[in-house]
Design a protein around this ligand. Structure first.
Ligand code: URA
Length: 249
């Protein structure tokens, strides 16, 4: 009888170790063994008979799914493993035994809402471009922002050869003495450095960036560096694709 073979990155993602994309990185980093041999090529196929290990730990697919919301502090990398040995977001969750990984990415100097889980299916769903999860950012920018200046972001601007989807923008505060402004930007895409690039494009370089909200998950009650379990109902809504932020009563 022939066993159905599957791509290694898919098997790792399905075991809840990482998203498909992150699983590819883990493979390329040489952290995966198949039957005792390091495999660092992406096309590799395996069957249920093959013993796959990540960082020396066998995939058993039995790990219970867990979900955390972290208020990421500044100066921490958003990965589960850093070549330069810098502190990672996973290091912050020191009392969590499950092999969680971040859903998406925040820059080293960006703070705010970051979801971590070992549920590969949910992570893939949330990161899929069709998922349209709203992310709300507050940026402190250099200069006195005007709505006119921000208007191109509502239509989309070209960054690295590709137009961004229409964003929602608002001005929270303009500090004329310090010549800085605070603006909120809501996007559903997740390109690298997207908000910084968008604001730089309209002449407002970002000095500080915080993600206030990911889907309906905001930072209420969480100081930078603090995290909490998601509630059952929150997980249920995410899985159902209901990402709407409902105002608190
Ligand atoms: N956009 C950015 O520029 N940086 C982040 O960390 C997140 C969104």
């Amino acid at each position: 009888m022939t066993e159905e073979s599957q791509r290694l990155q898919k098997v790792i993602a399905q075991a809840g170790i990482a998203s498909r994309r992150a699983a590819e990185t883990i493979i390329l980093e040489g952290r995966v063994e198949v039957n005792g041999q390091v495999v660092s090529q992406l096309g590799t196929k395996v069957t249920a008979q093959d013993e796959v290990k990540v960082d020396g730990v066998p995939l058993d697919g039995q790990e219970k799914h867990v979900y955390y919301l972290l208020n990421k502090p500044r100066g921490v990398v958003t990965t589960s493993h850093d070549d330069k040995d810098r502190k990672t977001v996973v290091d912050i969750l020191e009392d969590v035994d499950a092999r969680v990984y971040p859903v998406g990415r925040l820059d080293y100097d960006t703070t705010g809402a970051l979801l971590l889980t070992n549920d590969g299916d949910l992570a893939n769903q949330l990161m899929h471009p069709k998922g349209r999860v709203d992310k709300v950012y507050t940026a402190k920018v250099k200069g006195l922002a005007t709505l006119e200046q921000l208007a191109p972001l509502k239509r989309g601007v070209v960054i690295k050869g590709k137009k961004t989807a229409p964003a929602k923008v608002a001005i929270e505060k303009v500090d004329r003495d310090k010549k800085v402004s605070f603006v909120t930007v809501t996007i559903h895409e997740g390109r690298n450095h997207q908000v910084k690039d968008m604001l730089a494009k309209v002449g407002l370089p970002v000095e500080k960036l915080r993600r206030d909200r990911y889907a309906f998950l905001d930072l209420l009650g969480l100081q930078p560096g603090e995290y909490r379990d998601l509630k059952h109902d929150e997980v249920k809504r995410l899985k159902a694709g209901d990402y709407r932020f409902l105002r608190r009563k």
